[in-house]
Design a protein around this ligand. Structure first.
Ligand SMILES: *[C@@H]1O[C@H](CO)[C@@H](O)[C@H](O)[C@H]1NC(C)=O
Ligand SMILES: *[C@@H]1O[C@H](CO)[C@@H](O)[C@H](O)[C@H]1NC(C)=O
Length: 209
């Protein structure tokens, strides 16, 4: 009798273990919510879902900022959906800059793997924390704070940024302010810039109004 109880207990533990959700690979066809995507059926999950190969090539830095951010967030890397982490590759050509930006959803750890990068963030108290990072150096950027990266030398710099969220978000301040359709009059009021400056920035950054 005791043996039977023990065996049933063991069976219960084993079935419980089998039903544990180890992962929730994103079903990119399904709806997306602030907590991520719905899960793909485990029967359809393969090793490929847990591998991202998009960092083999450098990002295209032929653009206005001479830099590229290649994200491996949940939308690009379904396997990390729901797991609380993600990663991005940064390429900065000489003179390249990742302009002032925030990730509303996560803190960031930046690791420089080539060249050097001048980077920093601004706290809520408007204190500035800036450093020149060399290859192998790491800096942390607290969640939601404005920060930037600038190529610190004459050669291409490469870094990887990891985040404490599968979807940290990215809002580049200049584009948010001037790449939009808010009327120039309101942008002038809210930024204290004059009409000519606002119109110039809107035309450079793709805004209108
Ligand atoms: C697995 O994928 C196939 C092909 O996309 C689909 O037809 C099938 O319904 C999926 N299975 C489950 C259990 O979702
Ligand atoms: C990089 O982007 C520029 C501008 O969009 C484009 O002209 C060029 O072909 C791209 N280079 C590569 C290698 O994709």
């Amino acid at each position: 009798m005791l043996k039977l109880v023990f065996l049933s207990f063991l069976l219960l533990i084993l079935t419980c273990n089998a039903s544990v959700q180890d992962f929730c690979v994103a079903d990119l066809m399904g709806p997306e919510s602030p907590s991520g995507y719905t899960c793909k059926s485990p029967a359809n999950v393969t090793a490929t879902d847990f591998v991202f190969t998009g960092f083999r090539k450098a990002g295209n830095t032929t653009n206005i900022i001479n830099a590229a951010v290649s994200p491996a967030f949940d939308a690009q890397f379904p396997g990390l959906n729901g797991l609380g982490v993600s990663i991005a590759r940064l390429d900065l050509a000489p003179g390249g800059v990742i302009p002032m930006h925030t990730h509303p959803g996560a803190s960031e750890v930046l690791l420089v793997v080539q060249g050097s990068i001048v980077t920093g963030f601004i706290s809520s108290a408007n204190q500035v924390y800036v450093k020149k990072l060399l290859k192998g150096d790491v800096m942390i950027f607290p969640q939601g704070l404005l920060h930037f990266q600038i190529n610190g030398g004459g050669r291409t710099a490469v870094a990887f940024a990891s985040f404490g969220s599968p979807n940290p978000g990215l809002q580049i301040t200049d584009f948010a302010l001037f790449g939009n359709k808010l009327s120039s009059a309101l942008v002038e009021k809210t930024t204290f810039l004059d009409d000519a400056q606002v119109k110039k920035l809107k035309s450079v950054l793709g805004g209108s109004g």
